[in-house]
Design a protein around this ligand. Sequence first.
Ligand code: IMP
Ligand code: MG
Length: 205
Amino acid sequence: MAQKGSHPRRPGFRTILSEAEVRSTVRELAAAITQDHPHGEPLVVVAVLKGALVFLADLIRHLLMPLEIELVNARSYQGSRRQPVVEILDDVAELRLSGRHVLLLDCVLDSGHTLAALREAISAQSPASLKTCVLLRKERPGAVLAGKRDSSVPIEPEYVGVEIPDLFVVGYGLDHGNLWRHLPYIAELPAHPVRSPCSSVGEDP
Ligand code: IMP
Ligand code: MG
């Protein structure tokens, strides 16, 4: 039998959000989304792969309106002069979101560039409404000094589960090198050398 600390589900990482906390946060988000949504109208949930997969699977089981799911692949990496570059790898125009109520979903908001780029692409389809939901939002210390969240966070999601410290985290769909997505809780990856998205050149975000 595997020793504590080496078990794939208990790698000994520091827990940031326990399984129970994840579960109750997801339920609260679903309740808020349901309350705001126009009664009986269909909702299209657009989830960002691969990080939002587990969150998507849990959240939709608490949503009761007619619901469709779309998946988009996005990749972010450090561009020239330290500007993050976001590549949307799917053609958002093909999703036919015009006149639809859309909920854009990601597991974590870090710099905000991924969701900002996706919001722009979805807005260009003229949806009836567009809201954004994240399970986690990283607190950016620079933002407090500047008197606002962070000049590099060009997005304010309508639904935020919890604020977490500005750490690199894994689990519940979030990875490092495509590992640890299966952890049922959110944990700090120890001694991660570079913050996301700078570390993910050519890698799934
Ligand atoms: P952004 O910086 O908000 O654009 O986040 C880009 C993407 O990086 C997110 O969609 C996540 O997939 C990934 N990401 C950001 N922070 C973390 C983290 O702490 N752990 C794992 N993936 C992350
Ligand atoms: Mg990743």
